[in-house]
Design a protein around this ligand. Structure first.
Ligand code: ZN
Ligand code: ZN
Ligand code: ZN
Length: 281
């Protein structure tokens, strides 16, 4: 199985759910994975697919979406505690994962799928998180999502500079425990709640921002999928495009407004856009 296989799976499942509405590949990209050295040791492939278009019928519902993944051999689990009107689930199969999301008010239905990390040289275990797979936080800047001390790669041993054997790594006494990353306590992830101003600065993050604001309402799109494809290619002020986008579709006086909001997966900024969707003739 490969990245190509994953992309085909996502498109097949989406097409089977909505046979008369071809799915859209909104974006495809990779997440690099590094150890201590900034040169990547591996990467994973990711695909973001939008299913059904935004005038898709109310049925299939979200349960039918999960059933479609199950029928295709995936283990699907619905998330409890999503926002009101939103639905979320994850599906996994042989180290591949898909995040399934449906926005509020018949907002967009998206599948974000990723491959396992493929290593170019040394075959390592999978990191806990990569840039795009982290939820409610960012990848730990100190361990790059591995959860271990990168100085010793979790062995607690460091070769002595004079070539005479090894010495114990400083992480032996770290908050996370021997061999583990002391900043994320071995989880590989930092959350906004878990970081004070000094810690944010140290991790290269801007000061904590305010909650989602009211963005200006833009035009230029006649469907939420078209607007989403635009949004998915816009970078955050920090330069990062990776963002866990959520969506809601509201309508008043025959005017549909599609709103996107999400937290930047690099700097934790809360991003938001809104589009008045043009009426279709
Ligand atoms: Zn860490
Ligand atoms: Zn160490
Ligand atoms: Zn950002």
């Amino acid at each position: 199985m490969s990245a190509v296989w994953l992309k085909e799976q996502l498109l097949e499942i989406a097409s089977a759910l909505y046979p008369d509405r071809p799915p859209v590949v909104v974006r495809e990209w990779t997440d690099p994975v590094c150890l201590l050295d900034p040169e990547p040791v591996g990467h994973r492939f990711l695909f973001l697919v939008a299913a059904g278009g935004d005038d898709r019928p109310a049925s299939p519902g979200f349960d039918d979406v999960l059933d479609a993944f199950t029928a295709a051999g995936w283990a699907a689990h619905r998330w409890r505690g999503s926002g009101p009107g939103e639905s979320r689930a994850t599906a996994s199969r042989d180290g591949f994962e898909v995040r399934i999301y449906e926005g509020e008010g018949r907002g967009i239905l998206t599948f974000t799928g990723w491959t396992p990390v493929e290593f170019t040289g040394r075959q390592l275990r999978q990191p806990y998180f990569t840039l795009s797979t982290v939820v409610d936080g960012v990848v730990c800047n100190d361990c790059n999502g591995w959860g271990v001390c990168l100085e010793c790669e979790g062995t607690v041993r460091i070769d002595r500079e004079d070539g005479g054997g090894w010495e114990r790594c400083w992480c032996f006494a770290s908050n996370g425990g021997p061999g583990r990353c002391g900043w994320c306590l071995g989880s590989g992830r930092r959350t906004a709640d878990g970081m004070g101003p000094w810690d944010r600065k140290r991790s290269g993050l801007p000061d904590a921002g305010s909650a989602f604001g009211q963005p200006p309402v833009e035009g230029g799109h006649d469907s939420a999928i078209s607007a989403f494809t635009d949004v998915a290619h816009r970078p955050c002020a920090c330069g990062e495009f990776r963002c866990l986008w959520r969506n809601e579709l509201t309508g008043a006086d025959g005017q549909r407004v599609s709103r996107f909001f999400g937290t930047c997966q690099s700097c934790l900024a809360e991003r938001t856009y809104a589009f008045a969707l043009a009426r279709r003739l």
